[in-house]
Design a protein. Structure first.
Length: 70
């Protein structure tokens, strides 16, 4: 986690308005990194977004199937 924070600090110093994308961390680490840095840096996590998108897709599919069966 120290390497990630060091990178974020250096990136923010060089490019104050940069958007940092975290990718390819295990899900538990992805959430921990996002929780730690979300209020310090403009950032998002691709792993978290992928999981959220898949959950949302499943929910929509369930709703569509449920509506079509009535």
């Amino acid at each position: 986690m120290a390497v990630v924070e060091e990178f974020c600090l250096a990136a923010k110093e060089k490019w104050p308005d940069c958007l940092i994308q975290f990718e390819d961390f295990q899900t538990d680490k992805a959430f921990a990194i996002l929780d730690k840095f979300r209020n310090k840096f403009l950032c998002f996590n691709g792993e978290v977004l992928k999981h959220t998108a898949l959950d949302f897709k499943r929910l929509l599919l369930y709703i569509m199937l449920d509506c079509s069966s009535t």
